[in-house]
Ligand binder design. Structure first.
Ligand SMILES: [Zn+2]
Length: 136
């Protein structure tokens, strides 16, 4: 798949299981847990800390979205440092309110800085990520 087609695929669905799993692995708020659909991880929205469930398969769950910290409209890429998981309410609100403002907009810049700081504070390496589900 070409680079352009890959980007379009991510834009169309907003969700790629292997990308979601790499975000989970690098976000220290995600802890192994067992949900109705089996093993997975429970973590927190990058904005509001509400709980987000990601199953071991990485399949898309209702209300869970991939957030681009630097918006794609401003050239934000799909590197792990620029991605986080967010509830759809927060992601949608940021998209509508801020993502398409001018790059110099102070509210947009403040939001990006805040999210980058949070992502860094939560950062863990993929090597140290716990396996899905209950460790028992
Ligand atoms: Zn949220």
């Amino acid at each position: 798949m070409s680079r352009r087609r890959r980007k379009n695929a991510l834009r169309a669905t907003g969700w790629r299981p292997h990308i979601a799993l790499r975000i989970v692995a690098t976000d220290g708020t995600f802890e192994p847990a067992v949900g109705r659909d089996g093993a997975g991880w429970l973590g927190k929205c990058i904005h509001c800390n509400s709980k987000l469930w990601v199953p071991a398969s990485g399949s898309r769950q209702k209300g869970v979205t991939i957030e681009h910290i630097v918006p794609r409209a401003h050239g934000g890429d799909n590197t792990l440092e620029n991605l986080a998981l967010a509830c759809s309410r927060c992601n949608g609100a940021k998209g509508r309110r801020l993502d398409h403002r001018a790059w110099s907009d102070p509210d947009l810049q403040a939001m990006i800085l805040r999210l980058q700081e949070r992502r860094r504070a939560r950062w863990r390496t993929e090597d140290s990520a716990p396996p899905p589900g209950d460790a028992r």
